[in-house]
Design a protein around this ligand. Structure first.
Ligand SMILES: NC(=O)c1ccc[n+]([C@@H]2O[C@H](COP(=O)([O-])OP(=O)(O)OC[C@H]3O[C@@H](n4cnc5c(N)ncnc54)[C@H](OP(=O)(O)O)[C@@H]3O)[C@@H](O)[C@H]2O)c1
Length: 305
């Protein structure tokens, strides 16, 4: 099968090549998915899990990409809950070959049915940013109606989802980002927007929840804004600063069928949209990941256009 492979961590995205790999076999509880669309996170070539398996053994050449939408091609022994021919989407395991390939194997619990009226491209753009936003706001942050949320990078992949979901949940949303992101963040549902280059974070006042994607200085400045009893939720690794009398929680997104199903339903209802910037074929994927200028929005690879 055709796949994008990486073998040299130091080379970054420039080391991606289109090659031939054996079609993977579905083990127990696995689903072999015929991939139709795949999402790739630029940062994943820095993750150890891209280069090693669960026991820390090197597994290059590896196939990157962890988001997918496609069709169930085969079920491994004992796999339940999905059927051959069904449309699915989800999050592939971090320590196994990924989704920039004609086929991939994924544990069944990491997939959800993809409704017929949500196209594969949209399906593949949802899992990481959608689940991260959902889990940060509702599982870890326990967001309640009427609370306030400061959303960093509000026009980005994760932030755009956080902004929409928080607003829909009845929160007061303050987005941040670059000056050029203002219109997009407000359009996604932010009540206010702060340009991190020109505005001061202290203008925000106190909030119940900070959703941090940056870490570093911006995180350090943000902890003082968290109200007592509130929370700093970060996806940028272990917190470098902690708010007084409030929680500091970092987490890594996990697959969850119920949450994926809820996200897809919201897309169908028009209550949630993803920002897709570039759509390319598998043959053109390497060039799409190495643009001279990074376009806004997610890059989705249509494996079977
Ligand atoms: N822990 C987890 O489970 C998890 C899950 C998902 C993502 N992540 C991580 O979270 C981070 C964000 O992911 P993402 O997909 O949302 O990225 P993204 O799509 O690039 O969004 C980041 C947003 O922040 C803006 N931004 C970046 N630097 C800025 C700065 N200095 N000042 C103002 N705005 C700035 C970006 O603008 P430009 O595009 O103009 O730079 C973009 O709008 C990544 O590091 C990713 O690896 C972690």
């Amino acid at each position: 099968m055709k796949a994008i492979v990486v073998a040299d961590q130091a080379a970054g995205t420039a080391g991606m090549t289109l090659g031939e790999r054996p079609r993977p076999e579905a083990a127990g509880n696995d689903v072999l998915v015929e991939v139709h669309a795949s999402g790739f996170t630029p940062g994943e070539l820095d993750w150890d899990t891209t280069w090693t398996d669960r026991l820390g053994r090197e597994r290059t050449p590896s196939i990157p990409g962890h988001e997918l939408a496609g069709i169930v091609a085969e079920l491994g022994y004992g796999t339940r809950g999905l059927t051959v021919g069904q449309r699915v989407f989800g999050l592939a395991d971090w320590t196994r070959d990924g989704t920039l390939a004609e086929y991939t194997v994924v544990e069944a619990r990491n997939l959800a049915p993809l409704p017929g009226d949500v196209d594969f491209t949209v399906g593949a753009s949802l899992p990481i940013s959608g689940l991260t936003a959902w889990q940060g706001l509702f599982v870890h942050g326990r967001l309640d109606v009427g609370q306030s949320v400061l959303v960093h990078g509000a026009a980005g992949g994760v932030g755009s989802m956080v902004t929409q979901l928080a607003r829909a949940a009845g929160a007061y949303v303050v987005g941040t980002g670059r000056a050029a992101d203002r219109a997009a963040a407000l359009d996604l549902g932010a009540h206010e927007f702060l340009d991190l280059q020109n505005d001061s974070l202290t203008e925000v006042g106190q909030v119940d929840l900070v959703f941090d994607i940056f870490g570093g200085e911006i995180q350090k400045q943000s902890v003082d804004l968290v109200r007592a009893g509130g929370a700093l939720i970060t996806i940028a690794g272990p917190p470098e600063a902690r708010p007084a009398d409030a929680l500091a929680i970092d987490f890594v997104v996990e697959a969850d069928r119920t949450q994926l199903t809820e996200l897809a339903q919201r897309v169908r209802d028009g209550r949630l949209r993803t920002l897709i910037g570039t759509v390319a074929t598998l043959d053109n994927a390497v060039a799409a990941f190495n643009p001279t200028q990074r376009p806004k929005g997610k890059t989705i690879i249509q494996v079977r256009p």
